[in-house]
Design a binder for this molecule. Structure first.
Ligand code: SF4
Ligand code: SF4
Length: 121
């Protein structure tokens, strides 16, 4: 399958995971979030408004998915938001749903011959 190498700023031009899943979390996490952006889900879980519907889109997501996005409550976002990592399974599932190419992570390789040589620059 065609994939694209992930860059650290991939999320800025994506936002797919914020418009694909129900974003739920333990209710107490919502205490640091704006009240109007959260709704109760069960006795102990809450979710981001806009995500508990057939075509989810978190109310905190600003901008256009796949173009330019930001999270208006980034510092206070839930543990569920933080769990999704660039190029992981959830990420790529969301990206494909939004017709974006899946991402792959490429680990930087350690040079094998960087010992015993004087640095020249
Ligand atoms: S789907 Fe992946 S790349 Fe897109 S915003 Fe979420 S974590 Fe970032
Ligand atoms: S709170 Fe922010 S990071 Fe979490 S789903 Fe909403 S827009 Fe995305």
């Amino acid at each position: 399958m065609l994939s694209q190498i992930a860059t650290p700023d991939a999320c800025i031009s994506c936002g797919a995971c914020c418009a694909n899943f129900r974003v739920s979390f333990y209710w107490a996490e919502a205490e640091s979030m704006p009240e109007e952006m959260v709704e109760p889900l069960t006795a102990v879980y809450s979710c981001m408004k806009g995500t508990n519907q057939s075509q989810p889109r978190c109310v905190a997501l600003q901008g256009d998915v796949g173009v330019n996005v930001s999270c208006s409550i980034y510092e206070a976002r839930s543990s569920s938001c933080k769990e999704v990592q660039i190029a992981d399974e959830q990420c790529n599932k969301a990206r494909m749903k939004h017709n974006m190419i899946p991402l792959i992570c490429v680990e930087p390789q350690d040079s094998e011959n960087n010992d015993n040589f004087d640095q020249v620059c």
